[in-house]
Design a protein around this ligand. Structure first.
Ligand code: GLU
Length: 511
């Protein structure tokens, strides 16, 4: 078993938009598979037809593609040797029923004919008797209508008459169930805590409990990594493997910690991401038409998104934070996944994007920025935009902030920061700007060092402290009071445009 080829699966149910917690489960599976030269499979667990959401499957596929964590086998990524990979299609092939029948034959599962009303009554009876957690189990099943309480004849009659039934797992009354989890170590649960889970529903569909076991075995899965919310069901799964005689085929289990709210109290939900997305891509929920903005559309780079995600619950063993996908593949290990939940940190999430933004070349940034410029009606050469990006990028977390941070590199500002004018514009500073314009007009080179020297010399000549006019001069050129190095800006926009802006200002603010 230790030497089994590594084959892992991401097995989402198409019950809504795949949120970042799901993406992280996929990411951990992906990294583990790649690290061990194994396979990463996408299986769609769509057996709960009441929760099926149109478009969810396509969304899952597109999200994995955007994140660059693509399965090499499974729905949407090319069928492998174990097709089909959609459970509803596997059900049609009769794959699950065989296993349910085998459990019945072995005396480890039984037919239950109880109606919804009967189940409700059972629950009420147990609540009245102050049973803490009412469940269908070794005790309560004795009072219900199932193949353990009815005679063989009665059962046959009901089955022949087509009476609806479910198949339930027959969990023993008081037995210790032990299993090993890679992240949590040994887990021991008494079977009295485990209910007689439904394995096959009355519509003939298997439940998750049966279906994922059958598929993990048939698809030769070596490790099952999934969210912590499945830990309470794991003891029932251990029993199913045992009763099917498939213990040797059982994948190793790893239950991944939750992603917590930023304050650490409770599971992260859409409401507590501090304005950051919950979903990788834009998601419109067809059930109520609510829509959610994605990380992609908010301007995140996929590399930054997965780098942030991987550190929610895992670390490489040192303080290294920025890691490429290849590095992550090298460094990843299940042993370094924490047991405790991981707090989502919105500021840190933006910081990751900033780090990746800084790693991009100015040309790469220009490619992303140019379509945005177009939306503002700006046509500029790639060379010019790349130079602009070099100036703008320092303060930005996202390329979509570039316009606001540097619009004045592309158009003559039509207004000037009123507060600065109020404070700094007077007859003396006006005269200085006039004089500076004349001096700058005489320069043969408009390199930053030349214009800076010219500014200083003019201040000295006119007897004004540079501090009195520096900010005003910035506003003359850019319209606003903050931004990249002013002389660099002037070098980029050039002499003609700089002088034009000074003329415009002098004309508009004549004293
Ligand atoms: N369909 C389950 C889910 O969406 C999969 C759990 C698993 O990976 O076994 O949570």
């Amino acid at each position: 078993m230790e030497n089994k080829r590594v084959r892992v699966r991401f097995a989402p149910s198409p019950t809504g938009g795949l949120h970042m917690g799901g993406v992280r489960v996929a990411l951990f599976n992906y990294l583990f598979a790649k690290k061990h030269g194994g396979d990463f499979i996408l299986r769609i667990e769509d057996t709960d037809q009441t929760r099926f959401v149109a478009g969810a499957e396509e969304y899952i596929i597109n999200s994995l593609k955007w994140c660059g964590i693509e399965p090499n086998e499974g729905v949407g990524f090319g069928d492998g040797p174990h097709a089909p990979y959609r459970q509803s299609e596997r059900k049609e092939l009769g794959i699950y029923k065989k296993y349910a029948d085998k459990l019945i034959e072995g005396g480890h599962a039984y037919y239950a004919f109880d109606t919804t009303e009967e189940l409700d009554e059972m629950r009420k009876r147990m609540e009245a008797a102050k049973v803490a957690a009412p469940q269908y189990n070794a005790v309560s099943r004795q009072n219900m209508r199932n193949s353990l309480t009815l005679s063989e004849d009665e059962v046959k009659k009901l089955l022949d008459a087509g009476t609806p039934y479910v198949i339930r797992l027959k969990v023993p009354r008081n037995e210790e169930i032990r299993f090993h989890d890679i992240i949590r170590g040994w887990v021991v649960v008494n079977s009295s805590q485990v209910d007689d889970k439904v394995l096959l529903k009355s519509d003939g569909m298997p439940t998750y409990h049966l279906a994922h076991i059958v598929d993990d075995v048939e698809m030769k899965i070596s490790h099952a990594m999934r969210g912590e919310e499945w830990l309470p069901s794991a003891p029932a799964h251990i029993l199913i493997y045992r009763y099917l005689g498939l213990e040797a085929e059982m994948p190793q289990l790893a239950h991944l910690p939750l992603i917590l709210k930023p304050d650490g109290h409770g599971k992260l939900s859409k409401r507590d991401t501090s304005g950051l997305p919950m979903f990788p891509l834009n998601w419109q929920d067809p059930r109520d038409n609510s829509s959610y903005v994605g990380y992609k559309e908010s301007g995140f780079f996929p590399e930054a998104f997965i780098n942030m995600l991987v550190l929610l619950g895992w670390n490489p063993g040192d303080n290294k934070e920025i890691m490429s996908k290849d590095e992550l593949i090298q460094l990843f290990s299940l042993e370094r996944i924490n047991k405790a939940g991981a707090k989502f940190d919105p500021e840190k999430t933006k910081w990751f994007n900033q780090q990746y933004l800084r790693k991009k070349t100015d040309e790469e940034l220009a490619d992303i920025f140019m379509p945005m410029l177009k939306e503002h009606g700006v046509e500029a050469s790639k060379d010019f935009v790349a130079k602009a990006c070099k100036l703008i990028k320092e303060k930005a977390h996202f390329v979509n902030e570039f316009w606001l941070l540097g619009f004045f590199l592309f158009e003559t500002p039509s207004s000037h920061d009123a507060a600065v004018l109020e404070k700094r514009l007077n007859a003396q500073s006006y005269a200085f700007i006039e004089e500076l314009k004349n001096e700058l007009s005489d320069l043969s080179s408009f390199a930053a060092a030349e214009t800076e020297a010219c500014f200083k010399a003019t201040a000295e000549k006119t007897g004004i402290a540079p501090g009195q006019v520096m900010q005003l001069f910035r506003v003359v050129i850019t319209g606003v009071s903050g931004g990249p190095a002013l002389y660099e800006i002037m070098e980029l926009i050039g002499k003609e445009e700089s002088i034009k802006r000074m003329d415009f200002f002098l004309e508009k603010n004549k004293i």
